[in-house]
Ligand binder design. Structure first.
Ligand SMILES: [Zn+2]
Length: 215
């Protein structure tokens, strides 16, 4: 069984790559068809966000830390196994993958680096993603994605996410819409989600190579 199709199991997936200074984190993964985490107040889960995170980690040869069906919200504190695994991976860059429905924003993809001050990095990623999505080979549905990173225009600002606010690394908090995460049959992510993760990975690699000299 794929570890991300966890059913009722709660587990932490940690795949640390010593050679990489990039970590992909997914704190709220639930399998497709399970819209809530088993928290006391039934916090909405980020259905199948783990699949997008894993595609991205493979694309970037990055460390991968994914909390599946957690009983609490792990990225709001640094004192739990999810956050400790991220600290242990010693990243220069953390890319945290999340998923949302359409209740709170009309944007498809939202990018935040956690503050107005760090907005410049989020906007840089947005601009370069737009460029990447213009290529002829990109499926039509992806060309029309509404991506937003300007701090005043996003809903998911990640200002309370301890993993995003930690100054030891640069952090990107990326919200990905349901239609890129959950295939129609409910199992795994759709093809367009894989293509999006590839473009996101290519774009981040270019930015990070330029700024950090590769790894
Ligand atoms: Zn989330």
């Amino acid at each position: 069984m794929d570890r991300l199709m966890t059913g009722d199991l709660t587990l932490l997936i940690v795949d640390l790559k010593k050679s990489s200074r990039v970590t992909v984190g997914v704190p709220h993964h639930t399998p497709g068809g399970r819209p809530f985490m088993p928290t006391p107040r039934r916090r909405p889960g980020d259905e199948n966000a783990g699949f997008l995170g894993r595609f991205l980690a493979e694309e970037m040869q990055a460390s991968f830390v994914c909390a599946c069906n957690y009983f609490f919200d792990p990225n709001k504190s640094l004192e739990n196994d999810y956050s400790r695994a991220i600290i242990r991976s010693d990243p220069r860059v953390l890319v945290e993958i999340h998923g949302h429905g359409y209740r709170n924003t009309e944007n498809d993809v939202e990018i935040s680096c956690g503050s107005k001050k760090e907005e410049v990095f989020a906007v840089q990623l947005m601009d370069q993603l737009w460029t990447g999505l213009k290529a002829d080979s990109i499926p039509a549905g992806l060309k029309e994605l509404k991506i937003e990173a300007r701090f005043d225009r996003i809903y998911f600002r990640a200002t309370r996410a301890a993993t995003i606010k930690k100054p030891a690394w640069r952090a990107y908090h990326i919200e990905i819409p349901q239609f890129l995460r959950v295939a129609e049959d409910g199992f795994g992510a759709p093809e367009e989600g894989k293509v999006f993760a590839k473009i996101l990975g290519d774009t981040l690699k270019k930015i990070l190579a330029f700024e950090f000299g590769g790894k």
